[in-house]
Ligand binder design. Sequence first.
Ligand SMILES: [Zn+2]
Length: 376
Amino acid sequence: MSDRISFALNATDGTARAGVISTPRGEIRTPAFMPVGTAATVKAMLPESVAATGADILLGNTYHLMLRPTAERIDRLGGLHRFMSWDKPILTDSGGFQVMSLAGLRKLTAEGVTFKSHIDGSRHVLTPERSMEVQRLLGSDIVMCFDECPALPADKARIAESMRLSMRWAKRSRDAFGDRPGHSLFGIQQGGLEPDLRAQSAEALREIGFDGYAIGGLAVGEGQEAMFSVLDFAPDMLPADRPRYLMGVGKPDDIVGAVARGVDMMDCVLPSRSGRTGQVFTRRGVLNIKNARHQDDPRPLDAECGCPACRNYSRAYLHHVFRSQEIISSMLLTWHNLQYYQDLMQGMRVAIREGAFAAWEDAFHATRAEGDISRL
Ligand SMILES: [Zn+2]
């Protein structure tokens, strides 16, 4: 395999796209869903189990890992892939979003962000240069530019100012990243819900030049309708021959709508986090395993799913271990949810290649509208 990262767009159907990102650590089939492994683990899952669901790539969080166990320690131990025993590609975020959402006492300047750790109150600085260094020490295959995420709601002047700062940081990220064969750097489009700001941001990023382009600043509480209205124009502003990544999305119907609008990659904590709270995604919508209706039910969560939770266990058992707070509950429900998300992506990849995406999308919505199987 080549030591460069490349993207081949193999099929389009309307604005939906199917392709392959080739990296020295393996291929990423797109549209791709990336499970989130925040602290060097996808919670409740072995890495080989994550791979068994069909995931080609994981996401790791720069903010968490730089604080604990630190990027320098992970580097000394051979990098993040070896540390967490995952040899397929890893994408790391820049840390910017989590500094704004988790850290205390933040101070933002043109240089970067100073903040206090949410773990022990220690003081840290993140700049574009430091974010590139941390992501290099982690050994990330796909590195994200350091950007600023304005808290919403914000007025247009504030969003414009923030976007321009992020574009200056994108240039500094590009310069600090340098030339690293086998690793790629993605730029992040900002500009809120404003078409003119999104266009200016896309132009600034194209001028700098990146291996892929993310659509940032969405999935921050604006709602699906507003998000889709941006996705109706934003992906088309980005180079067609590079992967497009929608950060932090989302629910199954958000993902399907984003793919329909030309997005190639997504990540979200939802399937894994929901697995720990008893929320289960199925072809027929969402169910809550905690509900008493499942306590005598010998049927699987989802008869069409091939995961261990569905092959080997009943709803009654899954209800019991959830109510008893047994660890296997998180393991099985997380596996199932991740399997559901990967099956969803595989279904879309096949449909796009066959030119049948619209029919697939209709069937997806129709099956969900039927709701869960009737109570016994
Ligand atoms: Zn299952």
